[in-house]
Design a protein around this ligand. Structure first.
Ligand SMILES: Cc1ncc(COP(=O)(O)O)c(C=O)c1O
Length: 394
């Protein structure tokens, strides 16, 4: 069933105020998510945080079932986290890297992931190998296969980068990491909520995502998936009384499910809100969402490419809802500000957010317009006219 855009907009209060093309930054939550979050906070205000937790236990626990359904996992393989970065970190820093080991990653991997790679490389001597791209500008599966030897302790790939419409071929990579028996961590922060994700189809062992972007959940929420089998072998870098039991004066036992990666203290309003957002996405259907997001992004690229002086910079055989472009002679921040004056939200992908990719493609800072299924064609045309005007002022 195609998306009923009118209904989606009626259920999204923010649509009355802005043309929101920053869904890769932080999307507009639907009314249902807002009500769930505010409702829990108000309950906390009335009866106190602990009692509110007890009363809303069922709504809180729905997070696990909904998230598992979204990615084709089991509820016990999922952890609630405060962000995609923390989720990814909890998996990544659980591995014991040693000098001589290698991590394979992608050119356009996320800034915080690279910072973690560099830190762990400096601490342990592990070598971080950036797998080159293929002719489409996505991770070369062949080049990755050639580098997959006994030194490789982890393959860590970003599905959709922060700074372009690229969709990396994560399932093709998963097929070969599985065959080689090498753990595979996927950063699905920008893909969750805009396209279908199935951890078995991808063949990954761990996957991280955030709530506030294409899933349309609250800020300060995210999740981690770790596959049964690897889960019990990964000791989280941080443990607390949520993750482990203190069983003797000098001994603890780590819990056996995904919650070993969680913190004891959590944003329960956010967790309820994220559960609600995931259920909402499942109700629309992720395939229907992807169909519309994909078509709208291609439509926006075509509108932008028609404007003199505008260059679209999205590589990849498949391109998603993130549209990145530059306007000749006009800094990205200036384009963003001009659009903001017309209530059109976009963001800027600075070269510093993807240093290797920016160097390889010789990129300037880019304007990033990210569409969702509630955006109309009229909004895309308004945005293109705004970009045209911003370019005209150069
Ligand atoms: C590819 C990618 N990974 C991870 C993150 C981090 O997400 P969070 O801010 O929820 O930690 C982002 C955020 O923009 C991202 O684009």
């Amino acid at each position: 069933m195609p998306i009923d855009v009118e209904r989606a907009r009626a259920e999204t209060p923010g649509c009355e105020h802005v043309v929101h093309l920053d869904n890769a930054g932080s999307s507009l939550p639907p009314r249902r998510v807002l009500d769930a979050v505010i409702g829990h906070l108000e309950l906390e205000g009335r009866v106190g945080g602990y009692d509110a937790h007890a009363r809303n236990e069922e709504a809180i626990e729905r997070f696990y079932g909904a998230t598992a359904e979204l990615i084709g996992a089991r509820p016990g393989e999922v952890a609630f986290c405060s962000s995609a970065t923390r989720a990814w970190d909890m998996a990544f820093y659980s591995f014991d890297f040693e000098r001589g080991d290698r991590i394979l990653t992608s050119v356009a991997d996320y800034i915080s992931n690279y910072i973690a790679f560099i830190q762990v490389a400096q601490r342990t001597g592990v070598e971080v190998v950036t797998v080159p791209n293929d002719e489409h500008g996505q991770v070369s599966v062949e080049a990755l296969r050639e580098r997959l030897d006994e030194r490789v302790k982890l393959v860590a790939i970003t599905h959709v980068p922060t700074n372009s419409g690229l969709v990396n071929p994560v399932a093709e990579i998963g097929a070969i990491t599985r065959q080689a028996g090498i753990p595979y961590l996927v950063d699905a922060c920008q893909s969750a909520g805009q396209m279908a994700l199935d951890v078995d189809a991808i063949g990954c062992d761990a996957l991280s995502a955030t709530g506030r972007k294409f899933l349309r959940g609250p800020r300060g929420t995210g999740f981690l998936y770790v596959r049964t089998g690897l889960l019990e072998r990964l000791e989280p870098p941080l443990l607390d009384m949520r993750a482990a039991d203190w069983v003797a004066p000098d001994r603890y036992e780590i819990r056996r499910d995904g919650r070993r990666f969680e913190e004891w203290e959590q944003d329960y309003a956010g967790k309820i809100g994220l559960a609600c957002a995931v259920e909402y996405a499942l109700e629309w259907g992720v395939d229907a969402i992807w169909e519309r997001v994909h078509a709208s992004a291609e439509c926006l690229r075509a509108l932008l490419e028609d404007i003199d002086g505008v260059t679209v910079h999205d590589p990849g055989a498949v391109r998603c809802g993130i549209v990145t472009f530059a306007v000749r002679g006009v800094p990205a921040e200036q384009v963003k500000a001009a659009l903001a004056r017309e209530q059109i939200n976009v963001s800027v992908s600075a070269t510093t957010s993807a240093v290797i990719d920016a160097l390889e493609r010789d990129l300037p800072d880019l304007v990033r317009a990210s569409v969702h299924y509630f955006n109309t064609d009229d909004e895309l045309e308004r945005a293109a006219r705004g970009v045209h005007r911003a370019g005209g002022s150069r």
